[in-house]
Design a protein around this ligand. Structure first.
Ligand code: GAL
Length: 508
């Protein structure tokens, strides 16, 4: 009977590519080329604290020149119509419904955008880049500027990527013999010093801000960072004030040597202490800091991360642990997010670590990710379904078309950034096959079909597992194409370690 319905549907809808939506062996680029017509991308909601500096670059694709405008922008915000960068401050708390527009010679795009001036930041998962997996601690001012340039020139910023995050290695490493990073870590008054590779932090943040992008800094609550650089222990407020003075917008706070100061490194109360302290300090600063907790998921951080002021928290150890195979880590860490969904939402997200595609460090060499194409689809599909922060860990100055296609599919990004802020959960697991579903604003569902096995297999999503009934329109999000209308179930053939990503909505 079901087969009969399928045959009828296929006959009625000649365009349906039935059961082969996103299939096959190892897939190449599926994301359609970026249109030259304007499209406004990225988050649809944005949190800011009243009275604090506001900086938002409207992410929009399409041919330049482009002219931007905004209706009902809170007063005291100013939009540069050529760059699309909004600056100023929102003085009064409130929920402001703005309409953004972008016009070029080929057309016009509009998008509703809510600015919520209140306590909560990161109302959608932060998007950006982090230095760790492309350089480890071998970073300097020049590298960070080059990556900021590349976030613009590669087009990533036009899809919503905005944070340029400096990880470990920017300050002094006590005891190091290399004069570039060694020396006294603090001035006589306790002020923290950057190392010689970062001659002027304020100039660096200004350089990034000038592009409409934001920038993050990294330190440990312990005496040393994981790489052995100076930590903030007993200088927490002084350091946070310095980061604010320099103009940073984001802090990753990495437990590292703080473990040694704890009686039990897994005790949740003890773990909360340094994060609560820094969370409270950050809240009192005169600029917004997105606060990233990094303590590897100890003490069930997802249960208290929000409460101590965190905006997202690593749920596990390093995704790119050099001792482990990357596919092993992506599949283990990614799929182990199941069960943590109730703790994720606007303002506080589970973080399975950076997106490790493109050129990343492998055994100290910057080389293409060891993940196959299918594995990369699984990685990005899963992170989008999980509403995970989209922090790219590779080198933005050498993005190949395939990597770029994975990072810039706006419909996939929309799944990640959806305003409901739900984390997907598994609705079906059997052997190597898994199906995960995420509720989206407006009643549709994003559904991921995963095959962790070694050969291509058909994966079937049953409406009964998804809580759906009747005729549904299935859209292949990677290809950005409706596949057809289906009753009861949808199936796709999925390659080894691969994934398909659908959005399913009722057909009326
Ligand atoms: C690890 C952390 C990594 C990176 C590194 C820097 O503890 O999980 O994300 O920040 O330290 O040394």
């Amino acid at each position: 009977m079901i087969t009969l319905i399928k045959v009828i549907l296929c006959l009625c809808l000649p365009l349906v590519v039935f059961g082969q939506a996103a299939t096959g062996g190892d897939r190449g680029i599926l994301t359609p080329p970026v249109s030259r017509k304007p499209r406004i991308n990225g988050a649809k909601v944005y949190g800011v604290r009243p009275g604090h500096p506001f900086l938002y670059r409207i992410p929009a694709t399409g041919a330049r020149p482009m002219k931007f405008s905004a209706r009902k922008l809170p007063k005291d915000l100013k939009l540069d119509s050529h760059t699309g960068v909004i600056t100023g401050t929102v003085k009064k708390p409130g929920d402001y419904s703005v309409t953004l527009s972008a016009v070029n010679a080929l057309g016009k795009a509009k998008r509703k955008f809510r600015i919520v001036a209140g306590k909560t930041l990161a109302l959608s998962p932060p998007m950006g880049w982090s230095s760790w997996y492309m350089a480890y601690a071998n970073i300097d001012d020049k590298l960070i500027r080059a990556e900021a340039d590349a976030m613009i020139s590669s087009g990533l910023a036009d899809h919503g990527y905005s944070y340029i995050n400096i990880d470990d290695g920017w300050n002094v490493k006590p005891g190091a013999t290399d004069p570039a990073i060694g020396g006294e870590p603090r001035n006589a008054d306790g002020t923290l010093k950057p190392n010689r590779n970062f001659p002027d932090m304020s100039a660096l943040t200004a350089y990034v801000h000038e592009k409409g992008l934001k920038t993050g800094i990294y330190i440990s609550p312990g005496t040393r960072t994981c790489g052995g650089y100076e930590g903030s222990y007993q200088h927490e407020e002084q350091d946070a004030r310095l980061f604010a003075k320099w103009g940073f917008d984001f802090l990753k706070y990495d437990l590292c040597s703080y473990s040694k100061l704890m009686k039990d490194p897994n005790d949740s109360d003890e773990l909360q202490k340094p994060y609560r302290l820094m969370g409270t300090i950050l809240e009192q600063l005169n600029r917004d800091f997105v606060f990233n907790l990094c303590e590897y998921g100890r003490g069930d951080v997802w249960k208290w991360g929000s409460e101590v002021g965190g905006n997202f928290w690593r749920t596990t150890g390093d995704l790119g642990d050099p001792q482990k195979g990357l596919w092993d880590s992506v599949s283990k860490i990614g799929f182990s997010e199941a069960g943590k969904e109730q703790w994720a939402g606007p303002g506080g997200w589970n973080d399975p670590d950076n997106i490790l595609i493109g050129h990343i460090l492998q055994h100290d060499e910057l080389v293409p990710t060891p993940l196959t194409h299918n594995e990369q689809y699984t990685h990005v599909t899963l992170w989008a379904l999980l509403a995970a922060p989209m922090l790219f860990g590779g080198d933005m100055t050498q993005l190949d078309p395939f990597t770029l296609s994975l990072l810039t599919n706006d419909e996939v990004i929309d799944v990640d950034q959806d305003t409901l802020g739900k984390q997907a959960k598994p609705v079906y697991r059997s052997g190597d096959l898994q199906i995960w579903a995420k509720d989206l604003e407006g009643g549709s569902k994003a559904v991921g079909l995963f095959n962790l096995g070694e050969s291509e297999t058909e994966v079937t999503a049953q409406w009964s597992d998804l809580g759906l009934q009747g005729k549904q329109i299935v859209r292949d999000i990677w290809r950005q194409k409706d596949v057809g209308i289906f009753d009861n179930e949808f199936h796709a053939s999925v390659g080894r370690h691969g994934a398909a990503l659908m959005v399913i909505r009722a057909s009326r």
